[in-house]
Design a protein around this ligand. Structure first.
Ligand code: FES
Length: 172
């Protein structure tokens, strides 16, 4: 009998703890209108930057670019065959950051296997597969820049799908 009372008391204590935790979580997620407004102002979208024109590109010859600002180097590349995320008339134009996601070394393009290669610790990224890491120390895929082509062939970058090395967030 005494044992049952103890079990019952323990159950009530557990339920009370659960309710307190739920109330705490709810309080933590509810923002005042002022807080919501401040958070919205803190989010700034990536800029829409013109990178080049389709006519500037040769198949498998990377063009140096920078996006979203001059401190973030990258390449614009016409691969010669349609790939996922590719834009342009042949769905084969892509753009990537060339800062290695591991420790930010500048990578170079290998035209033979269409990869970006890091001289730091030898990470490798597949430019035909959305920057997928295929070897090395990095712990994320390569940031691919989101592209758009205007009717006159101008190519714009509108964002990035992964965190660019050295940046604190995916919004500027
Ligand atoms: Fe590129 Fe380490 S900096 S693998």
């Amino acid at each position: 009998m005494k044992c049952n009372r103890l079990v019952d008391a323990g159950r009530r204590q557990f339920m009370r703890g659960g309710l307190m935790a739920t109330a705490g979580a709810a309080a933590a997620t509810v923002m005042t209108p002022e807080q919501a407004k401040a958070q919205a102002l803190a989010r700034v979208d990536y800029p829409a930057n013109r990178l080049a024109n389709i006519a500037d590109l040769e198949v498998n010859e990377p063009l140096d670019i920078a996006y979203p600002d001059p401190d973030s180097p990258g390449i614009l590349l016409k691969l010669g065959q349609a790939v996922e995320g590719g834009v342009g008339p042949d769905s084969d134009v892509v753009a990537y950051s060339v800062l290695c996601p591991h420790k930010g070394w500048m990578m170079s393009y290998n035209a033979d296997d269409k990869t970006l290669n890091c001289p730091g610790h030898h990470s490798r990224f597949d430019c035909e597969a959305s920057g997928q890491q295929i070897w090395g120390h990095a712990t994320q895929n390569l940031p691919q820049f989101l592209l758009r082509v205007e009717d006159n062939g101008d190519i714009y970058a509108d964002g990035a799908d992964e965190l660019i090395y050295g940046r604190l967030s995916n919004v500027l």
